[in-house]
Design a protein around this ligand. Structure first.
Ligand SMILES: [Zn+2]
Length: 93
C-alpha cells in the first residue's frame, strides 16, 4: 500500500461537524454553493446523501470549518473512510 508521508507541522486531524456548529448566516451563505446545510442535515460532498455529521481532514479546526463552508470538503463517515483507505493514510494518536 502507498505510504502518504507529510511533514509533522502539516499533520492533519479529522474534524466532525453538524449543522448546529454553524451560524444562521454561515448556513445561508453556504447554501448557495454546491453541497449545502439543510436544516439539521448536511449534504455529503461524496455520495450526496443528507447526513447528520460531516467529516473534514484538515490541519486545524478553523481550516476545517473554512473548507466545509467553501464546499471544498465535507464527507459522511462512509465516504471519509473510503478516502482514508484509498489514500493509504496512517493514523497516529
Ligand atoms: Zn457520503
Amino acid at each position: 500500500m502507498a505510504q502518504f508521508t507529510i511533514p509533522e507541522e502539516e499533520r492533519m486531524q479529522l474534524y466532525r461537524f453538524k449543522a448546529d456548529d454553524f451560524t444562521e448566516e454561515e448556513r445561508d451563505k453556504q447554501h448557495e454553493i454546491f453541497h449545502g446545510i439543510y436544516g439539521d442535515d448536511m449534504e455529503c460532498g461524496g455520495c450526496g446523501w443528507s447526513q447528520l455529521y460531516l467529516y473534514v481532514l484538515a490541519s486545524s479546526m478553523e481550516a476545517a470549518r473554512k473548507m466545509l463552508l467553501a464546499s471544498e470538503a465535507g464527507l459522511c463517515g462512509e465516504c471519509m473512510c473510503d478516502l482514508l483507505v484509498e489514500m493509504g493514510y496512517e493514523i497516529d494518536s
